[in-house]
Design a protein around this ligand. Structure first.
Ligand code: PLP
Length: 393
């Protein structure tokens, strides 16, 4: 194996690549991890090199050995031409959108998108003159009917936030590219371990690295990876916006990446055990997890994804907010908190009031669960407490 883990990397197993990608220890005296470079100023040797900007690093906002180490590791996982590292997952959504849409452009966004993405589109992008339209997650190839001459970007997120519908990404890509539009995908749920968007024709892959890459609920970070066609413009826009991440956070995410494979295997195993157990529990009308054969998009998920992560939702069999709150308040291990992907289990009430087309009727209130690294039997006992409380409410 090459000392920086880059050569032959696509032939090696995922955990080997996670352990060695990104940096070459021998660039820094053999220390296994890269240095955490705290930098604004970068010195030039002379006026000529300053005028020509003829050195690798020129200013702290544009990249450092620390950000490069993470970006190269992500490129190795995503198969991308380049990756920018930004201060949050939300910035990983807003920066590429700002880079690629302009006043007068039409932007298609899946209706089941992460709510703050919708909020950004409905407020800032609309104010800047962008025409925003939401589409149903099950459109697939028929998204062609919504594409207009001024459609610049189709923004996908699959599986969906909160309700976990799976989109036919290759079909959407084909329709978008035929009309000259590019496709962005928020791939946070699967991580590049279980879905590689660029292999399916997506132009820009987005991650809230806050979640599984960081893995410990203590860092906010985002990554945006582009194919050859979009990389130069993405990087220039990133430099224009000055939206760079702090070095300590970047380092923490590279550190988290080393163990992401083993953590995800555990999340996957426990989540599937709990999700399929939940299907047989009284008080549960439906389990919304695409890796379960009962899920309407299971075949699509199986065709394109190589694994599943740790969040899904349940639909209670009847009731309303009272039962939903009773369930949540009875939990002793699951914390009530939004930012998932850490080692600990979480539960949140799902609110679908922002949706304009994907308003499937559900039998009762929805609760989203993130299954952490705790023992499955303890988590099942906690969920049982919630179901008992909901039934009594
Ligand atoms: C799908 C998805 N994308 C993006 C984000 C934003 O990430 P961050 O919390 O780092 O801003 C989240 C956060 O929950 C998310 O669930």
């Amino acid at each position: 194996m090459a000392k920086d883990g880059s050569e032959h990397s696509s032939r090696m197993g995922i955990n080997t690549r996670l352990a060695h990608s990104g940096n070459n220890p021998h660039d820094y005296f053999g220390f296994v991890n890269p240095p955490v470079v705290h930098a604004s100023t970068v010195l030039f040797r002379d006026a000529a090199s300053m005028a020509a900007r003829s050195q690798k690093y020129t200013y702290g906002t544009r990249g450092t050995p620390t950000t490069d180490a993470l970006a190269h590791a992500i490129d190795a996982l995503e198969g991308s031409a380049g990756t920018i590292v930004v201060p949050s997952g939300l910035a990983a959504v807003t920066v590429p959108l700002l880079a690629f849409v302009s006043a007068g452009d039409h932007l298609l966004i899946v209706d089941t998108v992460y709510h703050p993405t919708r909020n950004f589109a409905d407020t800032m992008l609309k104010r800047l003159g962008v025409e925003v339209e939401y589409y149903a997650p099950d459109l697939g190839a028929s998204i062609a009917a919504l594409i207009k001459p001024n459609t610049k970007v189709v923004f996908t997120e699959s599986p969906a936030s909160n309700t976990f519908e799976v989109q036919d990404i290759p079909a959407i890509v084909k329709a978008a590219h035929a009309a000259g539009a590019i496709v962005m995908m928020d791939n946070t749920w699967a991580t590049p371990l279980y879905f590689r968007p660029l292999d399916h024709g997506v132009d820009i892959s987005i991650h809230a690295a806050t979640k599984y890459p960081a893995g410990h609920s203590d860092v906010l970070l985002g990554t945006v990876s582009a194919n050859e066609t979009c990389w130069k413009h993405l990087y220039e826009s990133f430099c224009t916006l000055g939206c760079c991440a702090g070095p300590d956070d970047v380092y923490q995410v590279l550190r988290g990446l080393r163990t992401m494979g083993v953590r995800l295997e555990h999340h996957q195993r426990s989540t599937l055990a709990i999700a399929s157990w939940l299907e047989g529990q009284k008080g549960v009308a439906r389990v919304l997890h695409p890796a379960l054969p009962s899920h309407p998009d299971h075949d699509l998920w199986k065709r394109d994804f190589s694994g599943s992560s740790g969040i899904f939702s349940i639909v209670l069999a009847g009731g309303g907010q009272k039962q939903q709150h009773a369930f949540l308040d009875a939990l002793q291990i699951f914390g009530l908190g939004y930012s998932w992907g850490g080692y600990e289990s979480l539960a949140v009430p799902v609110w679908l009031g922002d949706r304009v087309v994907a308003k499937a009727p559900y039998e009762g209130p929805l609760i989203r669960l993130q299954i952490g690294l705790e023992d499955v039997d303890d988590l099942k006992a906690d969920i049982s407490r919630g179901l008992t409380a909901a039934a009594a409410a």
